[in-house]
Structure formats: structure tokens, C-alpha cells
Design a protein around this ligand. Structure first.
Ligand SMILES: [Zn+2]
Length: 206
């Protein structure tokens, strides 16, 4: 979770995955993740180009396979199986699309369940659609899990997107320069058309 969103999603901090050092409130002074990371990179920081990390400061050793805080916390067998129902998560299987509907205020246990669910073998499901119209905000941990799932999906030749993101959430993703990794659509119909290649990328919701 190298880029740590503030609770209102309007700003972010950069956290070293090695020592936990925090550079706070970067959006206020630097605007977006890309600008901030470019600056910190010149100051010796290393790691992923993406805001989800992992990243380490100039004073920390970078292990060969650096693992970020979210992955360290979630990449272990969950106490709760991924298939167990959660009132904040509904999974639908639509032929070649796995649709995950999130609602309410997600708990860390939901991130773990989502990690397990989306980290496993996709089976016949090529694409991923995450409906976030029922949530007001997403934590950095949830964003990290979804970004990793999106990248895994695209590595397998599929597409991933969000549906119904609130204005604040869309702004937060743009601020973290993750809006191309997790593009958003207004509704499930247009999202499904885009996932299946019947709609150009430029028709995405701003
Ligand atoms: Zn450090």
C-alpha cells in the first residue's frame, strides 16, 4: 500500500515498505502520484512505478523480491474461506465475466476475502468487473488488491474495470494515476460491452 490514501481520499502519503517512514500529504504539494514518485525517485526511492508499491526509501535495503505491506498482510491463508458469504460482497458469474459487487464500508477481512477470491485461478472467467456503486470510499488496501487483480486479468488477456465509482473515488484513482489500471464505467451494461471489446477505451467515464 505504498501510497496511503487519506480517509476522505483527497490526499495521499508515501510509505516506505522497508522501515515504515511516511512522507505525508503529497497531493497538496505535488498533485499526482507520478509527479511525487518522480521526485522521490531522484531522492533514492526505488520500487514499482505504480502507487500500490512496493517501494523503499533511500535508506532501506531493497530485497530482490520486495513485498509490500498489503501483500505481506494478505498473502497468507485466510481464516475465512473466500467462498463464505459477506454482506459487503456479492460475486456473480456472467459467462466470461466475474462480477464482484461491493457495498458498505469494507473491513480488512473483506480485503482478505477479495485477495483470496481474485488471486486464485480464474477458471473460465476472462474478465473482471467490480461494482463499487454501493461504497463511498475504498481504502488503500482495497485499491491495492483490485489493482493487482486487474493486472493479473490483463496478463491473461482479459480486461478489468470498475462500475459506478463515486466522484471522490474516481478522483482518488486519478490522483494515484491508477485510473487506467482500473477504468470506470457508469453502469454494468456499458462495462460489459467494454470488457467484451464492443466499446472503445475512449468511451470510459471521466
Ligand atoms: Zn525505508
Amino acid at each position: 500500500m505504498t501510497a496511503l490514501l487519506t480517509r476522505d481520499g483527497a490526499d495521499f502519503s508515501l510509505v516506505c515498505d522497508g522501515c515504515g517512514w511516511v512522507a505525508g500529504n503529497l497531493a497538496a504539494s505535488l498533485g499526482t502520484w507520478d509527479v511525487a514518485w518522480g521526485l522521490f525517485g531522484r531522492d533514492g526511492w526505488r520500487g514499482s512505478e505504480l502507487a500500490i508499491g512496493p517501494h523503499v526509501c533511500g535508506g532501506c535495503e531493497a530485497p530482490a523480491a520486495l513485498v509490500g505491506m498489503v501483500a505481506r498482510a494478505l498473502d497468507r491463508r485466510s481464516v475465512t474461506p473466500a467462498g463464505r458469504p459477506s454482506p459487503r460482497m456479492v460475486v456473480q458469474l456472467l459467462s466470461d465475466v466475474r462480477a464482484v459487487c461491493l457495498r458498505g464500508d469494507l473491513l480488512p477481512a473483506d480485503d482478505a476475502r477479495l485477495w483470496d477470491l481474485l488471486g486464485g485461478e480464474p477458471g473460465r472467467y476472462r474478465h473482471l468487473m467490480v461494482d463499487v456503486s454501493g461504497v463511498r470510499r475504498l481504502s488503500s488496501a482495497t485499491v491495492g488488491v483490485l489493482v493487482r487483480a486487474s493486472r493479473r486479468t490483463s496478463e491473461r488477456g482479459g480486461r478489468a474495470c470498475l462500475v459506478g465509482a463515486a466522484v471522490g473515488l474516481s478522483s482518488a484513482l486519478r490522483m494515484l494515476c491508477l485510473d487506467q489500471v482500473l477504468p470506470g464505467h457508469a453502469d454494468q451494461v456499458s462495462a460489459l460491452e467494454w470488457l467484451r471489446g464492443r466499446q472503445p477505451v475512449r468511451s470510459l467515464v471521466a
